[in-house]
Design a binder for this molecule. Structure first.
Ligand code: ATP
Ligand code: MG
Length: 232
């Protein structure tokens, strides 16, 4: 089992009010699989993903990624894990505005142990002609391709995507989903993707549905549909 989350709990206290955001979440994903997390706003999707990615902490429970219990790592080891093993893709790209496309990717490749070749990654995401442009000179879909290039250049074991198509129009969303599927096939990268769009679940190996901090559906997709054929 590549990712194993067991009985993960997290709550926030604001003033006198304590909110349980994750109420004992358990889930697993195999290596090389695509998992989709569905669920309404506020159900705990990003919190769960951020804990798996080592950018947030749970209160109790375990997260084991490839045999390593990340919930036990000290701050230094957790940073190594996040830097070495995890690629993040967010809804609003989070590119550095005053760096070119190539430089945005280079920043990550420079601190990676075994980075992929930048030009190869640019070809893989279909923007090899935009290497010297700045983010503001690109469309939203192109910026998301840069963000994906930046996430995969470190050759991560796991790509965590939080609403990667949330800010994109229909056709661009479909092309980004196809790109994620290609990355999964080409590099064997496991992908965990949050989305509000239930249609997207069709391309996943496993589908998890969260409601109010609990997993209410955990299913294996028996009939995976290639992203290219998904419509909504
Ligand atoms: N720092 C914080 N302090 C207090 N409450 C928080 C904090 N971060 C998140 N929450 C609460 O935790 C709950 C889950 O948030 P989370 O961001 O995980 O939801 P989500 O499922 O990703 O929602 P969305 O689809 O809107 O992104 C929400 O009710 C949110 O208000
Ligand atoms: Mg969220």
């Amino acid at each position: 089992m590549f990712i194993e989350v067991s009985n993960l709990k997290k709550s926030y206290t604001t003033g006198e009010i304590r909110t349980e955001v994750l109420k004992g979440v358990s889930m697993r994903l195999n290596k090389g699989e695509i998992g989709v997390i569905l669920g309404p706003s506020g159900s705990g999707k990003s919190t769960l993903m951020n804990i798996i990615g080592g950018i947030d902490h749970g209160d109790s429970g375990k997260v084991i990624v490839e045999g390593v219990e990340i919930t036990n790592l000290n701050a230094d080891k957790l940073t190594d894990y996040r830097r070495g093993d995890i690629g993040f893709v967010f809804q609003f790209y989070n590119l550095v505005p005053n760096l070119t496309v190539g430089e945005n990717i280079e920043v990550v490749s420079n601190i990676s142990k075994s980075p992929l070749n930048i030009d190869e990654v640019l070809v893989a995401v279909g923007i090899s002609d935009k290497k010297h442009r700045f983010p503001r000179e690109l469309s939203g879909g192109e910026q998301q391709r840069v963000a994906i290039a930046r996430a995969i250049v470190k050759n991560p074991k796991l790509l965590l995507c939080d609403e990667p198509t949330g800010a994109l129009d229909y056709q661009t969303s479909r092309s980004i989903l196809q790109l994620l599927e290609q990355v999964n096939k080409k590099y064997g990268t496991s992908i965990l993707m949050i989305t509000h769009n239930t249609a997207i679940a069709a391309m996943a190996n496993r589908v998890f549905r969260l409601r109010s901090g609990e997993i209410v559906e955990d299913s294996i997709n028996q009939m995976i549909i290639p992203a290219e054929r998904i419509e909504w």
